[in-house]
Each structure stands twice: as structure tokens, then as C-alpha cells.
Design a protein around this ligand. Structure first.
Ligand SMILES: Cc1cc2nc3c(=O)[nH]c(=O)nc-3n(C[C@H](O)[C@H](O)[C@H](O)COP(=O)(O)O)c2cc1C
Length: 164
């Protein structure tokens, strides 16, 4: 069985909660996996309005915010990759991560949490950004649901049907 990575960015914890649900399911299934959290070198503000202002500035300037450490994605056969929707798009730090790596031949399952907009076209876009990835069906879940029982059920189902 190939190695599995659960990789995500999460500002306020919703995407992280879903990532942990994925990890719990992998654990239950007796799968070996690693986790990598994309943590900004300069943290985003906790305050929503300030965070939104920074996110919009990042987008306007086409910034690629740096993150702490890194992971060699080439050692994995499958990646579950998560992020929150920001301004109907990926946070710019996610662009940075995706652009820095090559995903050739890796089964790539995107997931996102959002506040109502759904995946906002990011599942299609990620097919181009994650160079070489074998993009698989994504999962979008509203942020507040990701942290509840329903989030665990969705993760169980989604991971259960994944070709890993
Ligand atoms: C800067 C910013 C921009 C956001 N833009 C959107 C958006 O365009 N559409 C949407 O549905 N939710 C939007 N949200 C809500 C988040 O996608 C949602 O709360 C998500 O679950 C947060 O995930 P996290 O807790 O892992 O950071 C935005 C949140 C922030 C902080």
C-alpha cells in the first residue's frame, strides 16, 4: 500500500477539523499516513476583518506568503489536500505551496471548507496548479459542518470510496 499524506492550510480551524476526520478514518482503516499543516511564517490576523483585508491585499499584490518547513510530496502515492475558500479562490499561501511542488503521478484528492460559496471552481483550477497530479473527486463542506458529527460522516464516506 502506498503512502498517504494529509496536507492542509487552515486559519480558523474548520479545515483542520476536517483534516483530522480524514486522519481518524485512515487510522481506523489501519493506513499509514503523515500530516503536514501549511503554517504561515507570518500568521494571518485572528480578527476576521483584518484577515480579510490581508487576504485581499495578498491577492491584489499576487503575493506568495511563505510557510514554515516543507514536505517532500514525491514520497506519497496519495494526497488529501485541504484549504478554506478565501474570496472565492485559494488563499495565496496555497498557491505558493502548490507552485513549489511537483505532483507527478500522485493521486490528489482536494477538499475545502467554505462559508456558503462551495468549492468556487477551485477543484477544476487545482487540476492545473498541482502539476502532474492525478486529480480525483473533491469534497467541499461548509466550515461549521466540518467541525460537527456530519463532518466525520462525510470524511468516512469520502475516504472510504477513495482509491488508496
Ligand atoms: C479572508 C477570508 C475570506 C473568505 N472568503 C470566503 C468566500 O469567498 N466564500 C465563502 O463561502 N467563504 C469564505 N470565507 C469563509 C471560510 O471559507 C470558512 O469560514 C472556512 O471554513 C474557514 O476555514 P478555516 O477555519 O480552516 O480557516 C472566507 C474567510 C476568510 C477568513
Amino acid at each position: 500500500m502506498g503512502k498517504v499524506l494529509v496536507c492542509y492550510f487552515s486559519q480558523s480551524g474548520n479545515t483542520e477539523a476536517f483534516a483530522k476526520n480524514i486522519a481518524a478514518k485512515l487510522q481506523e482503516d489501519g493506513r499509514e499516513f503523515d500530516m503536514f499543516k501549511i503554517e504561515p511564517t507570518i500568521p494571518y490576523p485572528d480578527d476576521y476583518d483584518m484577515c480579510l483585508a490581508k487576504a485581499m491585499e495578498d491577492r491584489a499584490m499576487q503575493e506568495r506568503p511563505e510557510y514554515n518547513g516543507d514536505v517532500d510530496v514525491s514520497q506519497y502515492e496519495t494526497i488529501f489536500f485541504g484549504y478554506p475558500i478565501w474570496c472565492s479562490d485559494f488563499p495565496m499561501i496555497v498557491y505558493n505551496f502548490l507552485e513549489k511542488h511537483s505532483f507527478t503521478g500522485i493521486k490528489f484528492y482536494p477538499f475545502c471548507t467554505h462559508g456558503g460559496s462551495g468549492e468556487a471552481g477551485t477543484f477544476t483550477a487545482i487540476g492545473n496548479l498541482a502539476v502532474g497530479a492525478l486529480r480525483k473527486e473533491g469534497l467541499a463542506i461548509e466550515g461549521k459542518l466540518a467541525t460537527q458529527d456530519g463532518g466525520k460522516k462525510q470524511a468516512d464516506y469520502w475516504v472510504g470510496q477513495a482509491e488508496i
